[in-house]
Write a new protein. Structure first.
Length: 105
């Protein structure tokens, strides 16, 4: 009666097996802003082209999948939460009784 759960069971809940709805909204917003900027900005200089393409590149980088995490945005959020919240570590000790007396009757 042993049950084996596949490692990729969460992928079935994702869009195309990679993206959450927020990830797609973020990426499509970046692409939409880039398309609008491409339509209205003159691309005569290299730095202007890089600046115009930066929203899509940045959003694409944030939703890029990475191992052991969902994507880069998840790593950034986890790091922020870790460093911005106070960490408390409770030491349990190394002894068998764990600071409690053994009461035998």
């Amino acid at each position: 009666m042993n049950y084996l759960i596949p490692a990729n069971t969460k992928k079935g809940q994702l869009i195309l097996g990679l993206f959450r709805p927020f990830d797609l909204i973020l990426f499509l917003t970046g692409v939409f802003i880039t398309v609008i900027l491409l339509a209205f900005m003159p691309l005569t200089e290299t730095w202007v082209t890089i600046l115009v393409l930066s929203p899509a590149i940045l959003c694409g980088f944030l939703v890029m999948p990475v191992p052991y995490y969902h994507n880069v945005l998840t790593i950034i959020i986890e790091m922020y939460e870790y460093f911005s919240t106070p960490q408390t570590y409770h030491w349990k000790g190394w002894c068998f009784m764990d600071g409690k007396e053994n009461k035998r009757k």
